[in-house]
Design a protein around this ligand. Structure first.
Ligand code: ADP
Length: 179
């Protein structure tokens, strides 16, 4: 599914983010930047040790913020590592932290002159964020950013399974209706 926003496009695809050819792919990292399960493990496996070497030098990243490293052996030139919130019922500022994780990643892409970026569904795996709510926050943040900034031309959401893809598609149709 693809929608035009201002001068850019937002695209939803089902697949493995390590195969994306955008300028940067985003990693749903943990705050120690030490790798782990899920998309984080997949990115380090596919990208090779140069990514972890830079993560070690950076040392860590609080929830809601983002850092950038090389893309190593990936097709993407950069990996932007952001840390989403662990979902604890929704009353611990999770929504704002999730929005901030997407926004910090987009700002970092802009400040590096990047034109395209691919996101996974941050916090919806091990961190247990409810999928529909997470999708709405992700898409709304991306749409607002594209409307306010002309520099990023392509934002892709690379959803790993059918359920995540369908949920993002439904939320995107809903947000389109609101515009
Ligand atoms: P978090 O700790 O932020 O919840 P996870 O990696 O556990 O991060 O999950 C985030 C999302 O990434 C989940 O929806 C999961 O299905 C998805 N995911 C796992 N591996 C990949 C991959 N290779 N490409 C894209 N998405 C992936």
């Amino acid at each position: 599914m693809e929608v035009r926003i201002h001068q850019g496009t937002i695209t939803l695809v089902q697949g493995d983010i390590t195969e994306e050819e955008t300028d940067a792919i985003v990693n749903a990292a943990n705050s120690r930047l030490m790798g782990g399960a899920g998309v984080d493990g997949a990115i380090h496996r596919a990208g090779g040790p140069s990514i972890m070497a830079e993560c070690r030098k950076i040392g860590g990243c609080p929830a809601g913020q983002a850092v950038i490293t090389t893309g190593g052996n990936l097709k993407a030139r950069y990996v932007i590592h952001t840390v989403g919130p662990v979902y604890q019922g929704g009353t611990k500022g999770e929504a704002e932290l999730l929005r901030s994780a997407y926004l910090s990643s987009l700002r970092l892409a802009s400040s590096h002159g990047l034109k395209s970026i691919a996101f996974p569904a941050i916090s919806t795996g091990v961190y247990s964020y409810p999928l529909a709510e997470a999708a709405r926050i992700a898409l709304k943040t991306a749409i607002d950013y594209m409307q306010e900034h002309g520099d990023i031309e392509k934002i892709r959401f690379c959803l790993f399974d059918r359920r995540a893809y369908e949920t993002f598609a439904e939320e995107l149709r809903g947000l389109q209706g609101d515009r």
